[in-house]
Design a protein around this ligand. Sequence first.
Ligand SMILES: *Cc1c(COP(=O)(O)O)cnc(C)c1O
Length: 477
Amino acid sequence: MSVMAEPELNSLRQLPAVATVLATAEAAALLERHGRVATTDAIRQAIDSAREALRATPAAVPGAIEIAQRAGELLEAHAPGLRPLFNLTGTVLHTNLGRAVLAEAAIEAAVAAMRHAVALEYDLADGSRGERDDHLRSLLCALTGAEDATVVNNNAAAVLLCLNTFALGREAVVSRGELIEIGGAFRLPDIMARAGARMVEVGTTNRTHPADYQDALNERTGLVLKVHTSNYRIQGFTAEVGARELAVIAAAAGVPLLNDLGSGSLVDLSRYGLAKEPTVREAVAEGARLVTFSGDKLLGGPQAGFIVGDRALIEQINRNPLKRALRVDKLRLAAIEATLNLYRDPDRLAERLPTLRFLARGKANIEAQARRLQPAVAERFGGAFVVEVGDCLSQVGSGALPLDTLASAALMIRARGSQGALEPLAAALRVLPRPIIGRIADGALRLDLRCLAEADEAPLLESLARLNVDGLTAHAP
Ligand SMILES: *Cc1c(COP(=O)(O)O)cnc(C)c1O
């Protein structure tokens, strides 16, 4: 321990005590707002920081009011990590930004389920115990043509549960061309191992033939797996066995075919000017006895995994104890039910489902919005940055339609005279009370407006008004 000089020791003694700070009017306001425990902690933290600062450099000793103010700043700095932001990345289903934004009907249903008791596992007709999946079963069957359906936490869980139910201690046959990894920790070989299935790879990376599957099938086989290569394409000299043919091969061997669609759409997207992604109804009609897909990708709902298919198989899945561990809560069930209900009226689906509304937006519409906002945005950025309307390409995201881009328009922000200021600018936009997330490319910070709802235009300008541009240009080389 270093010996302190006399004047420094004196100044440390002059720091106010916690009780003194708590007695100020400033602290009273903090107590009212944040409560006793958090306020006292923040005051202690403010005093500790002041003590450290004084030890480092002698300076004026802050009084009780100033400490209370600093404590207030500390308390306000704890903005919730999951606060709303503006997704102007151009990726509609951005996994890191929470994928699908929910429809109003789904939001209302989830809020009601939070606020009130609901008949989650209760049969209102006869007052007996009910099944939580019953709420969705008939809707899912009507929308997909399947005999039965069940729902779990996400599509990774759906695949895990199917594998564990039908291939535990048995073999699961899959093409080498379909051994996918999906963003981060979902790797098919790992999921198969954790499900207790022995993976039997057939074919090669680029070509798999019917005989490859037939040769691998035997009395130890529990399941044949087909996986939609959702986030990549193998092009060139390729061959794969289609689901229809594979369903026949699996049936002849007496084992179910599971077709994991990943995104899996409930409607034909070409109707909205998008490239075609296989629909769940088609996958069911092709003969797969089980089909799995996500709730928060193209479907546009909350995170969930659906398994649809043969009644006998779904019943077996529901009896697996893992199902209990992977089940979905009432909030999400309410939101899923409301989202699925929107699909019963396809004519108004694009109006009501934000995911589809964003995906279906034409470039002209986005560009008009960009032109409308450009003058106000340019003004917010002052003279240090140039703001122009430019062309860009949006993506669907979440591995859906990986090669398809959507023509879009963006506000392109360039530093006047230097490009070095873009990183600090992007960082400053990320820490706004409502963060703005764009993308830096070709010397510009690009704000793709595809996912900016009209109702969010004014909040975006309000957010930008809080940006301190002066601090940013100082960093420019
Ligand atoms: C996205 C995806 C998954 C995982 O789905 P989550 O809902 O993210 O758990 C599984 N398989 C395929 C083919 C996918 O595209």
